[in-house]
Design a binder for this molecule. Structure first.
Ligand code: ADP
Ligand code: MG
Length: 143
């Protein structure tokens, strides 16, 4: 069972000024912050991060959205991190998200859905390495 995941507080949530509320929900759920920063993603970086979705009809819209303002990538640690964090954020479409989840509380649409979460332990490591250098991680975990 992996213990790391990569969260991103997306530009729509930064615009809503709810970075603090979302981080509070994350830490209240037992996650430890291992690396964090606020950045403006370049188009190149956003396209690379979402490369798995490049054939999907929403890819262009997704890259536009993710580069529309600053976002906050966060490396998180907890036992069963990937699954537990995805439970905390709720379904991709906020209309389907359960009460009490981050997306139910703050997301406006399927596209502008406030937060990212890795979908597997393998992708978590790839995504953490996309944003954070060895020196930026409190724990290196051999990455
Ligand atoms: P998740 O973020 O829940 O893992 P996906 O990996 O399927 O969801 O999609 C990545 C991101 O692409 C979503 O978080 C959302 O911002 C955007 N997205 C997904 N589906 C759609 C859609 N049908 N229309 C517009 N944007 C979408
Ligand atoms: Mg995904």
């Amino acid at each position: 069972m992996g213990n790391l995941t990569l969260a991103i507080i997306k530009p729509d949530a930064v615009r809503q000024n709810v970075i603090g509320e979302i981080i509070s929900m994350i830490t209240a759920a037992g996650f430890k912050i291992k690396a964090m920063k606020m950045i403006n993603l370049s188009r190149e970086s956003a396209m690379g991060f979402y490369e798995v979705h490049k054939e999907r009809p929403f890819y262009g819209e997704l890259v536009d959205f993710m580069t529309s303002g600053p976002c906050v990538p966060i490396m998180l640690e907890k036992e069963n991190a990937v699954e537990d964090y995805r439970k905390l954020i709720g379904a991709t479409d906020p209309a389907q998200a359960e009460e009490g989840t981050v997306r139910k509380r703050f997301a406006k649409s399927k596209a502008e859905n406030c937060v990212h979460g890795s979908d597997s332990d393998e992708n978590a490591l790839i995504e953490i390495a996309h944003f954070f250098s060895r020196d930026e991680r409190l724990t290196n975990y051999g990455l």
